[in-house]
Design a protein around this ligand. Structure first.
Ligand SMILES: C[S@@+](CC[C@H](N)C(=O)[O-])C[C@H]1O[C@@H](n2cnc3c(N)ncnc32)[C@H](O)[C@@H]1O
Length: 327
């Protein structure tokens, strides 16, 4: 295990590669790694159907599935599924009619997950899970087929983070969402530390700053980004590393929604005001917005935060969704 004094000694002159990460996790699948165990809090009722072999090699830093508000029948993909803990939790939430896919590149992790999937299916009375071998950067899942993408302490391990966000966007359905728990560094990780394979494997050296993370998501056109800072995980080389959970959604404008019709959006709180797309929405103050913006505000991530009304009828805009000034 690395401590502060040893953190920055390079163990190689070469850059970290996916093979290094895979070697690290082949070993972590069979021998539980103390240095990887974050103080993750799972709801115990979510774990009752999951074998101990899985929980013993749980290396996440949050509990994205528990927070995702999964609905019966939804399709979820967990990136870097490891021993399968988050997929097994999700399998219960989405029920018999839902579907859960776990993606991981490491044979040994997939071995543990697939073996235990049989026991989980027996415990639940149905089988709705599939573990696929693949990379985060080229996810083996069809375009626009997924309601929710989760990932628990994995994006930091990728050496091509932009490709990961691009792929998440590709596989999500319109208005689908991601919920990602990951390690975030308080400042950019210096290059010498990034070349340390052990620290990279331990989810330290590949960590992004919050701004970098939000830029990758924003550049891949994710909207409604919501950030929750969970806890300080550790300090290495004088840099603090935190666990965060970040949500975003793939907003696809409704073709029937118009940008020339105006609706009224009233922010319902709890904050005094919020700023969206450079417009300030003070609490309880009606603000005029274009119909396509109003449609985004009514969708999953903002649902309940804005009351949308049509000034022509003074009724909630949902009851008038057919109308369009340009039609
Ligand atoms: C820190 S563990 C987290 C495992 C799991 N999410 C959990 O909460 O227990 C990281 C996992 O991601 C996988 N992984 C890392 N980089 C990957 C990549 N580029 N493509 C696919 N899997 C990857 C590793 O094999 C490992 O199983």
């Amino acid at each position: 295990m690395n401590d502060e004094s040893s953190c920055c000694n390079n163990d190689s002159d070469e850059d970290v590669s996916r093979n290094d990460v895979r070697d690290f996790y082949s070993n972590a699948a069979t021998t539980a790694q103390e240095s990887l165990c974050c103080p993750t809090q799972y709801d115990l009722t979510d774990l009752s159907h999951i074998p101990k072999e899985v929980t013993e090699i749980s290396y996440g830093c949050g509990s994205p599935v528990g927070r995702a508000g999964l609905r019966e029948g939804e399709v979820m993909v967990d990136l870097g599924s490891g021993g399968g803990i988050d997929c097994f939790i999700a399998a219960k939430h989405v029920g018999k009619t839902g579907r859960v896919f776990g993606i991981d590149m490491t044979e040994e992790m997939l071995g543990v997950a697939r073996k235990n999937a049989e026991r989980v299916a027996e415990n639940l009375g149905y089988n709705n899970i599939e573990f696929k071998q693949g990379f985060l950067e080229t996810i083996p899942i069809d375009d626009t087929s997924v309601d929710l993408v989760t990932s628990n302490c994995v994006i930091n391990l990728s050496t091509d983070k932009n490709a990961v966000f691009k792929e998440i966007h590709r596989i999500l359905k319109p208005n689908g969402r991601f919920l990602i728990a990951d390690i975030i560094s308080e400042k950019e990780v210096p290059e010498d530390m990034q070349n340390n394979k052990e620290l990279w494997g331990e989810c330290v050296s590949g960590a992004l700053t919050l701004n970098e993370f939000l830029d990758y998501a924003g550049n891949n056109t994710f909207k409604g980004l919501r950030v929750q800072k969970d806890y300080l995980w550790k300090e290495v080389g004088g840099i603090k590393f935190y666990s965060y959970t970040i949500e975003g959604f793939k907003h696809v404008p409704d073709e029937n929604a118009s940008c020339c019709k105006s609706l009224i959006a009233t922010y319902a709180g709890p904050f005094e005001s919020v700023t969206l797309q450079s417009t300030v929405f003070p609490m309880n103050v009606p603000v005029e917005v274009a119909e396509d913006t109003a449609q985004m505000m009514s969708s999953h991530s903002y649902a309940g935060q804005f009351i949308i009304t049509d000034p022509e009828t003074e009724k909630p805009a949902e009851s008038n969704s057919e109308s369009s000034c340009c039609g």
